[in-house]
Write a protein that binds this ligand. Structure first.
Ligand code: SAM
Length: 225
């Protein structure tokens, strides 16, 4: 067992989901970077990085395509792995907004997404994701939102996005299982509490249909009715 499911099950899923796609070489580079590596041969160590992974990536693309999404906002983009799938989902007429407070991440995202050859428009917001989100929402809504940044602030992201949702809009949130910690009533860590609260807010909201998919670390999907 190396990740979220037994190795042989993961290998089976990979064979089905990780089919060759456009920009594949770049996607594989991103996946390798996410695995990290120790310092060797004079090269500095690269730390492991939490990306959503190929099966959640496919979910993002499928949802964006079925929504006919043109505008996507990501709360927490890292070096652009999830944005890659959204770019496939929104197509050349689309626009994907990336946020991250680490300039280095967004610089890498710009490089990877550029080399993957997308015609999609990418808008990079360096700095605090909440500030960028509020600034963009003041100009207009998005069709799809991904919440994948600081876990303790998930409820705040929900409350900020929720009033802007139009029927058919989607909010997708990663890590809602938090390796199972959310189901442990004794775990009162701020991140665990934030993730639980997000799921509670979305699931108790009569204006949305919500589900929690137990894919990898748990993917929440909320559809505005
Ligand atoms: C889990 S990673 C995002 C991974 C990305 N969605 C993917 O799957 O490729 C979370 C990212 O959010 C960024 N982050 C966390 N809190 C943030 C905040 N308040 N504002 C901006 N970026 C933030 C971190 O720097 C990190 O790169």
């Amino acid at each position: 067992m190396s990740g979220f499911v037994a190795d042989e099950i993961q290998a089976y899923i990979d064979r089905l989901v990780r089919r060759p796609v456009e920009g594949e070489t770049v996607l594989r580079e991103m996946e390798q970077r996410a695995q990290g590596r120790p310092a060797e041969g004079g090269k500095p160590a690269v730390r492991r990085f939490p990306i959503i992974g190929a099966e959640v990536g496919a979910i993002l693309e499928i949802l964006a395509r079925s929504r006919g999404a043109r505008r996507v906002f990501e709360v927490g983009s890292g070096f652009g792995y999830s944005a890659y799938f959204f770019a496939r989902g929104v197509g050349p007429q689309g626009e994907v907004h990336l946020t991250d407070f680490e300039q280095e991440n967004l610089g890498a995202a710009r490089d990877y997404l550029g080399r993957a050859g997308f015609k999609t428009r990418f808008v990079f917001h360096a700095g605090d994701a909440m500030q960028s989100l509020r600034g963009e929402l003041a100009k207009g809504p998005f069709d799809v939102y991904l919440v994948d940044a600081d876990k303790h602030r998930y409820p705040l992201y929900w409350q900020t996005i929720r009033p802007m949702l139009r029927p058919g809009d989607l909010v997708i949130a990663d890590n809602l299982l938090w390796s199972g910690a959310v189901a442990d009533p004794e775990d009162e860590d701020a991140d665990t509490v934030g993730l639980r609260r997000f799921a509670e807010l979305a699931s108790k909201d009569d204006g949305v249909r919500f589900t929690l998919l137990p894919v990898r670390d748990g993917v929440g999907v909320a559809l505005k009715l």
